[in-house]
Design a protein around this ligand. Structure first.
Ligand SMILES: [Zn+2]
Length: 225
């Protein structure tokens, strides 16, 4: 059984944002800064499948059949992860929740563990399309190319090539799907004082500063930064 904890004891963060918004980078930076685990749905799903947990097996069966993993299974896998010791002072969730049902389950999980801060990293669609469609990787070592790498990989000198899954039409479709799925979630959270939209159309360090400011505002009177 989980113990009830004081209201200010944990820093529980959900990061929302479309593909290409830089959400993963910001989640990683925030987690490191605060000494919290970054919990990415993709990672914990893979881990549950690899470990062959009961929920992992159900998830694997769904994925093998080309189906989405159900809300119930995702919720169970996240619950198991949040119950682990390293998440007792909080967490940075990346990729969960995806639906209102998952969000309401998360509210129940977080109940008694401190407040839930929701950060929505917002970037205009045209900027996302440009970012995703012009994303390059090194054809030799596979590194993601930094924006200022113009012709060759700065790590190994290899040629920069386009990622095959970043075709403009595919990118636009992915963003449309994201938008359709995430709007109910944003509606669910945006009425709360702990919801913050973050302008993601800025250099990564500026976005990081905005994330930290939002955390400070959301936890005012709580943990010092
Ligand atoms: Zn390289």
């Amino acid at each position: 059984m989980r113990q009830k904890r004081g209201a200010a004891s944990g820093l529980n963060v959900v990061m929302l944002g479309p593909p290409g918004a830089g959400k993963g980078t910001q989640a990683e930076r925030l987690a490191q800064k605060r000494g919290l685990p970054r919990i990415s749905t993709g990672d914990i799903l893979r881990e549950a499948v690899q470990r062959g947990t009961p929920l992992g097996s159900v998830a694997k069966a769904a994925m093998d059949a080309g189906r989405l993993v159900s809300d119930d299974v995702m919720i169970g896998i996240v619950q198991e992860r949040l119950d682990r010791d390293d998440a007792r002072h909080g967490f940075v969730l990346d990729g969960f929740p995806r639906t209102v049902e998952q969000a309401s389950a998360l509210d129940r999980m977080v109940n008694g563990r401190g407040s839930l801060v929701v950060l929505d990293v917002v970037v205009p669609e045209d900027v996302l399309v440009r970012r995703l469609a012009t994303r390059r990787i090194c054809g030799r070592c596979g590194s993601n190319a930094a924006v200022h790498w113009t012709s060759a990989c700065e790590k190994c000198g290899g040629p920069l090539v386009a990622r095959v899954d970043d075709d403009v039409e595919i990118v636009r479709e992915r963003l449309k799907v994201y938008q359709r799925q995430s709007q109910p979630l944003v509606d669910y959270y945006s009425v709360r004082g702990t919801f913050h939209a973050i302008d993601g159309n800025q250099p990564a360090d500026v976005v990081t500063a905005a994330v930290n400011a939002a955390i400070a505002a959301a936890t005012a009177g709580g943990v010092a930064l």
